[in-house]
Design a protein around this ligand. Sequence first.
Ligand SMILES: *Cc1c(COP(=O)(O)O)cnc(C)c1O
Length: 468
Amino acid sequence: MKYISTRGDRTLRGFSEILLEGLAPDGGLYLPTHYPKVDAATLARWRGLSYAELAFEVLSLYIDDIPGADLKRLVSSTYTEQVYGTKAITPLKKLEDGLYLEALSNGPTLAFKDMAMQLLGALFEYELGRRGESLNILGATSGDTGSAAEYAMRGKKGVKVFMLSPHGRMSPFQQAQMFSLQDPNIHNLAVEGVFDDCQDIVKAVSNDLEFKRRWKIGTVNSINWARLLAQVVYYFAGYFQATKTNDERVSFAVPSGNFGNICAGHVARLMGLPIRRLVLATNENNVLDEFFRTGTYRVRGGAETYETSSPSMDISKASNFERFVFDLLGRDAVRTKQLFQDELGAKGSFTLTPDEFARIADYGFVSGSSTHADRLATIRDTARRCGVVVDTHTADGLKVAREHREAGTPMIVLETALPAKFSATIVEALGREPERPAALVGIEQLPKRFKVMPVDVQAVKDYIAKNG
Ligand SMILES: *Cc1c(COP(=O)(O)O)cnc(C)c1O
């Protein structure tokens, strides 16, 4: 299997070549040259597999430059009952007839990002070891991504993490999660500013190509193909749990921000997994809902990007979205580049032709959005009627899922975080604190390891130069 860029660079690259990369050199995103088709016999065989076995089968179709035995070892040490708490890894919880939650948030940081990031940690360590290289991962976080990256990379050989976060602005729980890590390869830099200041520093450091090369600066953001690929697996796992035979179809509802999670569903569907609908759910930041309803993709400025109670979906543009549009346009890289580089660059938006827009139906996508009031209502209603407490992001998914249910087709809502992570809104909805997994009780009391930094690019560079 080889990989190409969505913007026309046809250089064929192997999986290991793009594993440690971000964007393709032409500014596009990497995609495989084609999606391997899973035939009926294969699907039947996969139904009986454990999660790790299934992951190995799916990944093997896209990775041919890591020996099978090595890949198998990496996958089976990643997806364990010990880390995810259950044998199923992503068990299905029935809410009512035909409506399920797929639990993706039982990893170390209680959000679905662990599903991919844990594997990425293992793959990075493996590949860097094979090359005899090292990498300094630099990132900015307001919560979820940073903690998932740190828990994936802690103790990994050849990798150091420098994670910038806005000092004093994360929730006490999120701070405790990240800052209680004592691993010497994890560096928490608490910047005396807001999240945008952190992000600007990361950009400034990355734009200094000389510094970037010298200190081997890398990232783990959601455009990484390996992360997306790891997420394809749980669509298969969810399907097998919700159905008895492979003649049945299911729909998935996905709380979406950067379009990484649902893009994995799109890939699974094109591989032949019997998915009827992919239901995209946004919060008040409805860039993607607007696109799927109107064919216009309009990125938002800072003033139009709202801080909501499902903060991990507060995005102004969706960094993975170009992958789907490339497929939608019949993999026309010239047109993709025109839309994402020329039009988006010049006016901050683009609109599909009616012909292009009509094709969306063939890809199964529908969408909807929700508000803070909707989240509260969904959390209350789900607790009362189903006895299950969902987090605010999952509530966005569930609200939109209910609008798109069809008789006879099971609907699987992806649970993207546990309620314990967003307790303030749970208290607002239910008047009580959400349950916290036993292992995390009292983590606020653990000793914290972090360094306070001014909003100063040079200070961050100096820190990396000293510790990288
Ligand atoms: C990251 C995240 C999302 C959004 O996922 P995308 O892949 O960016 O669409 C939704 N919910 C939670 C809890 C997240 O952490």
